[in-house]
Design a protein. Structure first.
Length: 277
Protein backbone atom coordinates (compact mmCIF):
# COMPACT_ATOMS: atom_id res chain seq x y z
CA UNK A 1 0.00 0.00 0.00
CA UNK A 2 1.30 3.48 -0.88
CA UNK A 3 0.27 5.02 2.46
CA UNK A 4 1.71 2.20 4.64
CA UNK A 5 3.22 3.48 7.89
CA UNK A 6 5.11 0.22 8.48
CA UNK A 7 3.54 0.10 11.95
CA UNK A 8 1.13 -2.84 12.13
CA UNK A 9 0.20 -2.03 15.73
CA UNK A 10 -1.54 1.20 14.74
CA UNK A 11 -2.70 0.21 11.27
CA UNK A 12 -6.45 -0.26 10.90
CA UNK A 13 -6.32 -2.26 7.63
CA UNK A 14 -7.12 -5.76 8.85
CA UNK A 15 -6.74 -7.48 5.47
CA UNK A 16 -3.38 -6.00 4.62
CA UNK A 17 -1.11 -8.68 3.14
CA UNK A 18 1.69 -7.69 5.49
CA UNK A 19 -0.51 -8.58 8.47
CA UNK A 20 -1.36 -12.05 7.25
CA UNK A 21 0.53 -14.65 9.28
CA UNK A 22 0.58 -18.41 8.95
CA UNK A 23 -2.85 -20.01 8.42
CA UNK A 24 -4.61 -21.12 11.58
CA UNK A 25 -4.21 -24.80 12.37
CA UNK A 26 -7.59 -26.25 13.42
CA UNK A 27 -6.41 -29.86 13.58
CA UNK A 28 -7.18 -31.89 16.70
CA UNK A 29 -4.78 -34.55 17.94
CA UNK A 30 -5.77 -37.98 19.15
CA UNK A 31 -5.57 -38.67 22.86
CA UNK A 32 -2.19 -40.04 24.04
CA UNK A 33 -1.79 -43.72 23.30
CA UNK A 34 -4.50 -43.78 20.62
CA UNK A 35 -3.93 -44.82 17.03
CA UNK A 36 -6.00 -44.50 13.85
CA UNK A 37 -4.20 -45.45 10.65
CA UNK A 38 -6.68 -44.41 7.93
CA UNK A 39 -9.65 -42.06 8.18
CA UNK A 40 -12.29 -42.04 5.44
CA UNK A 41 -15.11 -39.48 5.30
CA UNK A 42 -18.41 -40.52 3.74
CA UNK A 43 -20.10 -37.42 2.35
CA UNK A 44 -23.13 -36.36 0.37
CA UNK A 45 -24.34 -33.08 -0.99
CA UNK A 46 -27.85 -33.64 0.37
CA UNK A 47 -29.64 -35.83 2.87
CA UNK A 48 -31.59 -38.97 2.10
CA UNK A 49 -29.22 -40.61 -0.38
CA UNK A 50 -28.05 -43.43 1.89
CA UNK A 51 -24.80 -42.03 3.26
CA UNK A 52 -25.20 -43.73 6.64
CA UNK A 53 -26.00 -47.05 5.02
CA UNK A 54 -22.90 -46.83 2.83
CA UNK A 55 -20.82 -45.95 5.91
CA UNK A 56 -22.20 -49.02 7.67
CA UNK A 57 -21.56 -51.31 4.68
CA UNK A 58 -17.98 -50.07 4.36
CA UNK A 59 -17.32 -50.64 8.04
CA UNK A 60 -18.73 -54.17 7.87
CA UNK A 61 -16.67 -54.95 4.76
CA UNK A 62 -13.53 -53.65 6.47
CA UNK A 63 -14.19 -55.64 9.64
CA UNK A 64 -14.86 -58.85 7.69
CA UNK A 65 -11.48 -58.51 5.97
CA UNK A 66 -9.81 -58.58 9.35
CA UNK A 67 -9.19 -54.87 9.92
CA UNK A 68 -9.80 -53.22 13.26
CA UNK A 69 -12.61 -50.86 12.28
CA UNK A 70 -14.36 -47.87 13.81
CA UNK A 71 -17.23 -45.52 12.94
CA UNK A 72 -17.42 -41.92 14.06
CA UNK A 73 -21.02 -40.83 13.58
CA UNK A 74 -20.55 -37.21 12.60
CA UNK A 75 -24.15 -36.68 11.51
CA UNK A 76 -24.96 -35.17 14.91
CA UNK A 77 -28.51 -34.03 14.23
CA UNK A 78 -29.52 -37.15 12.31
CA UNK A 79 -27.58 -40.05 13.85
CA UNK A 80 -28.70 -43.41 12.48
CA UNK A 81 -25.57 -45.56 12.65
CA UNK A 82 -26.30 -47.17 16.05
CA UNK A 83 -29.73 -48.34 14.89
CA UNK A 84 -28.26 -50.15 11.87
CA UNK A 85 -25.98 -52.13 14.20
CA UNK A 86 -28.47 -52.65 17.01
CA UNK A 87 -26.30 -50.70 19.46
CA UNK A 88 -28.24 -48.93 22.19
CA UNK A 89 -26.01 -48.75 25.28
CA UNK A 90 -24.89 -45.34 26.53
CA UNK A 91 -21.26 -44.31 26.10
CA UNK A 92 -19.22 -44.26 29.30
CA UNK A 93 -15.89 -42.77 30.29
CA UNK A 94 -12.54 -44.33 31.15
CA UNK A 95 -10.62 -43.64 34.39
CA UNK A 96 -8.49 -41.22 32.35
CA UNK A 97 -11.54 -39.22 31.34
CA UNK A 98 -11.73 -40.48 27.76
CA UNK A 99 -14.89 -41.64 25.98
CA UNK A 100 -15.03 -45.40 25.63
CA UNK A 101 -16.53 -46.28 22.24
CA UNK A 102 -19.42 -48.71 22.05
CA UNK A 103 -18.71 -52.01 20.30
CA UNK A 104 -20.99 -53.77 17.84
CA UNK A 105 -21.78 -57.48 17.96
CA UNK A 106 -18.87 -58.33 15.65
CA UNK A 107 -16.37 -55.86 17.07
CA UNK A 108 -16.69 -52.49 15.31
CA UNK A 109 -16.00 -49.55 17.64
CA UNK A 110 -18.35 -46.57 17.33
CA UNK A 111 -19.31 -43.26 18.85
CA UNK A 112 -22.56 -41.43 18.18
CA UNK A 113 -24.48 -38.67 19.88
CA UNK A 114 -27.45 -41.05 19.97
CA UNK A 115 -25.50 -43.10 22.50
CA UNK A 116 -25.31 -40.08 24.78
CA UNK A 117 -28.99 -39.10 24.89
CA UNK A 118 -31.41 -40.06 27.63
CA UNK A 119 -33.84 -41.16 24.93
CA UNK A 120 -32.78 -42.13 21.42
CA UNK A 121 -35.65 -40.16 19.91
CA UNK A 122 -34.71 -36.89 21.66
CA UNK A 123 -33.92 -34.18 19.08
CA UNK A 124 -30.45 -32.65 19.05
CA UNK A 125 -31.19 -28.92 19.03
CA UNK A 126 -27.70 -27.47 19.19
CA UNK A 127 -26.04 -24.61 17.37
CA UNK A 128 -23.07 -24.98 15.04
CA UNK A 129 -20.24 -24.35 17.54
CA UNK A 130 -21.61 -26.96 19.95
CA UNK A 131 -21.98 -29.51 17.15
CA UNK A 132 -18.41 -28.85 16.07
CA UNK A 133 -17.23 -29.29 19.65
CA UNK A 134 -18.81 -32.74 19.82
CA UNK A 135 -16.99 -33.79 16.65
CA UNK A 136 -13.67 -32.70 18.15
CA UNK A 137 -14.42 -34.64 21.33
CA UNK A 138 -15.38 -37.75 19.38
CA UNK A 139 -12.04 -37.61 17.56
CA UNK A 140 -9.64 -36.28 20.18
CA UNK A 141 -11.17 -37.43 23.47
CA UNK A 142 -12.16 -41.01 22.64
CA UNK A 143 -10.07 -44.10 23.36
CA UNK A 144 -9.38 -45.22 19.80
CA UNK A 145 -7.28 -48.36 20.22
CA UNK A 146 -5.19 -49.42 17.18
CA UNK A 147 -7.84 -48.66 14.55
CA UNK A 148 -6.94 -49.66 10.98
CA UNK A 149 -9.86 -47.91 9.26
CA UNK A 150 -12.18 -45.29 10.69
CA UNK A 151 -15.23 -44.29 8.68
CA UNK A 152 -16.84 -40.95 9.46
CA UNK A 153 -20.51 -40.58 8.60
CA UNK A 154 -20.49 -36.89 7.79
CA UNK A 155 -23.53 -34.61 7.88
CA UNK A 156 -24.91 -33.74 4.44
CA UNK A 157 -24.11 -30.48 2.73
CA UNK A 158 -21.23 -28.05 3.08
CA UNK A 159 -22.03 -26.27 6.36
CA UNK A 160 -20.34 -25.77 9.72
CA UNK A 161 -20.04 -29.40 10.85
CA UNK A 162 -18.59 -30.82 7.59
CA UNK A 163 -16.13 -27.92 7.61
CA UNK A 164 -15.16 -28.74 11.20
CA UNK A 165 -14.45 -32.34 10.22
CA UNK A 166 -12.41 -31.32 7.20
CA UNK A 167 -10.33 -28.95 9.32
CA UNK A 168 -10.04 -30.94 12.56
CA UNK A 169 -9.61 -34.56 11.48
CA UNK A 170 -6.75 -35.82 9.25
CA UNK A 171 -8.89 -37.35 6.51
CA UNK A 172 -7.06 -39.64 4.12
CA UNK A 173 -9.86 -39.21 1.61
CA UNK A 174 -13.60 -39.01 1.09
CA UNK A 175 -16.16 -41.19 -0.65
CA UNK A 176 -19.14 -39.35 -2.14
CA UNK A 177 -22.58 -40.96 -2.02
CA UNK A 178 -25.14 -39.97 -4.64
CA UNK A 179 -28.43 -41.10 -6.11
CA UNK A 180 -29.21 -41.20 -9.83
CA UNK A 181 -31.43 -38.13 -10.14
CA UNK A 182 -30.13 -35.40 -12.45
CA UNK A 183 -30.33 -32.73 -9.74
CA UNK A 184 -28.05 -34.75 -7.52
CA UNK A 185 -25.32 -34.42 -10.15
CA UNK A 186 -25.03 -30.74 -9.35
CA UNK A 187 -25.16 -31.46 -5.61
CA UNK A 188 -22.40 -34.07 -5.97
CA UNK A 189 -20.27 -31.44 -7.65
CA UNK A 190 -20.73 -29.11 -4.66
CA UNK A 191 -19.49 -31.81 -2.28
CA UNK A 192 -16.60 -32.64 -4.59
CA UNK A 193 -15.63 -29.00 -4.99
CA UNK A 194 -15.61 -28.51 -1.21
CA UNK A 195 -13.28 -31.48 -0.83
CA UNK A 196 -10.97 -30.10 -3.49
CA UNK A 197 -10.94 -26.68 -1.83
CA UNK A 198 -9.99 -28.36 1.47
CA UNK A 199 -7.34 -30.41 -0.36
CA UNK A 200 -8.89 -33.74 0.60
CA UNK A 201 -8.54 -36.56 -1.98
CA UNK A 202 -11.76 -37.90 -3.49
CA UNK A 203 -11.42 -41.69 -3.46
CA UNK A 204 -14.52 -42.42 -5.51
CA UNK A 205 -18.30 -42.26 -5.79
CA UNK A 206 -20.96 -44.70 -4.63
CA UNK A 207 -24.33 -44.53 -6.35
CA UNK A 208 -27.21 -45.65 -4.15
CA UNK A 209 -30.70 -46.60 -5.36
CA UNK A 210 -29.14 -47.25 -8.74
CA UNK A 211 -31.64 -49.90 -9.81
CA UNK A 212 -34.18 -52.51 -8.70
CA UNK A 213 -33.81 -56.18 -9.60
CA UNK A 214 -36.99 -57.70 -10.99
CA UNK A 215 -37.87 -60.69 -8.77
CA UNK A 216 -39.25 -62.62 -11.75
CA UNK A 217 -36.67 -62.17 -14.52
CA UNK A 218 -33.64 -60.69 -12.72
CA UNK A 219 -33.54 -57.66 -14.99
CA UNK A 220 -32.19 -54.40 -13.58
CA UNK A 221 -34.84 -51.69 -13.67
CA UNK A 222 -33.53 -48.14 -13.33
CA UNK A 223 -36.45 -46.53 -11.57
CA UNK A 224 -34.88 -43.06 -11.66
CA UNK A 225 -33.82 -43.36 -15.29
CA UNK A 226 -30.27 -43.30 -16.58
CA UNK A 227 -27.87 -41.58 -14.22
CA UNK A 228 -24.94 -39.35 -15.07
CA UNK A 229 -22.67 -40.77 -12.37
CA UNK A 230 -20.14 -42.11 -14.88
CA UNK A 231 -19.72 -38.67 -16.43
CA UNK A 232 -19.32 -37.02 -13.04
CA UNK A 233 -16.75 -39.61 -11.99
CA UNK A 234 -14.85 -39.14 -15.23
CA UNK A 235 -14.90 -35.35 -14.79
CA UNK A 236 -13.27 -35.66 -11.37
CA UNK A 237 -11.03 -38.53 -12.52
CA UNK A 238 -12.28 -40.86 -9.77
CA UNK A 239 -13.78 -44.36 -9.94
CA UNK A 240 -17.37 -45.39 -9.36
CA UNK A 241 -16.81 -47.69 -6.38
CA UNK A 242 -20.26 -49.25 -6.25
CA UNK A 243 -23.77 -49.06 -7.66
CA UNK A 244 -26.19 -50.19 -4.98
CA UNK A 245 -29.68 -51.47 -5.78
CA UNK A 246 -32.85 -50.73 -3.87
CA UNK A 247 -32.51 -53.81 -1.67
CA UNK A 248 -35.38 -54.60 0.68
CA UNK A 249 -33.24 -57.12 2.57
CA UNK A 250 -30.64 -54.44 3.25
CA UNK A 251 -33.28 -51.98 4.43
CA UNK A 252 -34.77 -54.61 6.73
CA UNK A 253 -31.35 -55.47 8.16
CA UNK A 254 -30.73 -51.80 8.99
CA UNK A 255 -34.14 -51.48 10.64
CA UNK A 256 -33.53 -54.62 12.69
CA UNK A 257 -30.00 -53.64 13.72
CA UNK A 258 -28.48 -56.62 11.91
CA UNK A 259 -26.49 -55.05 9.08
CA UNK A 260 -23.37 -56.93 10.20
CA UNK A 261 -25.06 -60.26 9.51
CA UNK A 262 -26.25 -59.56 5.96
CA UNK A 263 -24.13 -61.33 3.34
CA UNK A 264 -23.27 -59.13 0.35
CA UNK A 265 -20.28 -57.96 -1.65
CA UNK A 266 -21.50 -54.45 -2.44
CA UNK A 267 -18.31 -52.81 -1.13
CA UNK A 268 -15.78 -55.21 -2.65
CA UNK A 269 -14.34 -52.69 -5.12
CA UNK A 270 -14.43 -49.91 -2.55
CA UNK A 271 -12.37 -51.97 -0.10
CA UNK A 272 -9.85 -52.81 -2.81
CA UNK A 273 -9.41 -49.07 -3.40
CA UNK A 274 -9.02 -48.36 0.33
CA UNK A 275 -6.38 -51.04 0.75
CA UNK A 276 -4.22 -49.16 -1.77
CA UNK A 277 -4.07 -46.03 0.37
Amino acid sequence: MSDCTNNCDTCGVSDCASRQGAPTDFSVKLAPGCSVKKVIGIVSGKGGVGKSMVTSLLAVASMKEGFKTAILDGDITGPSIPMAFGVHQNLVGSPDGLILPATTALGIDMVSVNLMLANETDPVIWRGPVLGGVIKQFWGETLWNNIDYMFIDMPPGTGDVPLTIFQSVPLDGIIIVASPQELVGMIVEKAANMARMMQIPILGIVENMSYVVCPDCGKQIKIFGESNIEQIAKFYDVPVLAKLPVDTALAAACDEGKIEFLENDYMKDAMEALKKL
